[in-house]
Design a protein around this ligand. Sequence first.
Ligand SMILES: Nc1ncnc2c1ncn2[C@@H]1O[C@H](COP(=O)(O)OP(=O)(O)OP(=O)(O)O)[C@@H](O)[C@H]1O
Ligand SMILES: [Mg+2]
Length: 529
Amino acid sequence: MRRITLPLVLGSATMLGSEPHDRLEMRQISKSFGGVHALRNVSFRARAGAVHALCGENGAGKSTLMKILAGAITDFEGQILIDGRALSFSGPRDAEDAGVRIIYQELNLVPEMTVAANIFLGRERRHGLGWLDNRTMEAETRRLFERLGAPISPRTIVGDLRIGDQQMVEIAKALAFEAAILIMDEPTSALSDAEVARLYRVINDLRAGGHTIIYISHKMNEVFTLADDVTVLRDGQFVASAASRETQPDQVVRWMVGREIAAMHYEPHPISERAMLEVSGLSLASPPLSGRPALRDISFQVHAREVVGVAGLLGAGRTELLEALCGASPERPGGSILLNGRPVHFRHPSDAIEAGVALVTEDRKNLGLFNEMTVGENITIGHIGALSKGGVIDRGAEMRAIRHAIERLSIKTAGPSALVTSLSGGNQQKCILARWLMIEPKVLLLDEPTRGIDVGAKAEIYNLIRELVKHGMAIIMTSSELPELLTVSDRIMVLCEGRKTAELTRAEATEESIMHAATQFLDRVSKAS
Ligand SMILES: Nc1ncnc2c1ncn2[C@@H]1O[C@H](COP(=O)(O)OP(=O)(O)OP(=O)(O)O)[C@@H](O)[C@H]1O
Ligand SMILES: [Mg+2]
């Protein structure tokens, strides 16, 4: 229906050959940032008509390698060849002209602009006289979302969309200009299962059409479902490349971490009788046109020393629930919340923090990180009061606390004074966690805390969660990865369309029972229609 021609640089003969060939070759790439060697002599080849997974721990150099390929980093050593031709990019535009498109890990959209304007940013469609052709751009945007099966309106302001939808916009943006080489840096980290399934279909189509897809992911099931080939980096160096059918997930993980990682299992532990948080009849209106789900009559308790997992599809209201519990909702929630037996009404997250309720948000770029600040400042920012004596910050104590946090979470950084933006995505996430751990709240709300975090570090975070509850904390955590929820939760609450549809004990909670409750109303709707 819509055949957009590929960039001329490829030539038709190379494009349609039946045998997959090397579309891309990156030779001996090295890159350092100050003293940090992000990449050392890395060589990487990827075939046409294939999905190539790029794996490695947080900070291994995956995003850096791909930023070089996408023309976002131009000062590096080494060579890039596409279809055998050496190319040099002086910016992203050159890479795009050579047929390379990237979906960044940290979403790269302009929040004030509409969805359609973001998708065509810098490549606007125009009428003959130079005016913007909004009609065409909106129609093309609509078609892209149809292909992705995502009900997003081209005219919505991007900043009003939830992070999962923003990720869909980022994907649509990359698909708008059909690219010979499409790089996806953790594209599914905020997508629901249904959206992931749709994205897989699109990727399979692209592969069949001869495109090269480079796919960065920490999820082994994803790598082994999608990828034809796998390459692993560790500490900025090439470790191995293999056809995925000739290797195993365990092997890839060993290449990544250079050691064995023990599988984590749920460990029963004593839970306090005392309810730390009692929520009854919690409800929240959905702001008009926001597309955010409303919450309806949600009641539950969380005890001290307990982890309650919140499951649900994207749009089920998981984030809205956590926001409503800590005064972060745009509207005032109805119902009542008792903290430690006393009623609380938080107007703002700072009220909640003062009372001992802290939220770690899923959207680290917009809500969690202070990009102009250092790693150390990002970690201690909520905690300066406790590190001060008579109004003066105790710098020694501050530095000790920061070093302790960096060590405890194995944050990979040049040091406390490095800018937080110099850290890899997963390590930025660890900084936010470190900040809240330092405050030691009574109730910790974790929204997708392991998004973008590698297998080794995930295990560290699960251990940390266990340690925190042992010390009496109550934790509510959302995750779209069911195995993860089943590993850490003492109880699992399931939401569907803003309602609680199940509360499952350890004995009752399985992937099947959770999915059943998560799709309860959806089933009814689709059966009715
Ligand atoms: N702009 C920068 N300034 C300084 N150091 C940087 C910069 N960008 C990346 N680095 C460093 O380079 C190394 C590789 O980072 P990169 O972002 O490529 O890792 P990654 O493999 O994508 O990790 P993740 O899985 O966490 O996204 C890290 O040590 C990181 O701190
Ligand atoms: Mg990265």
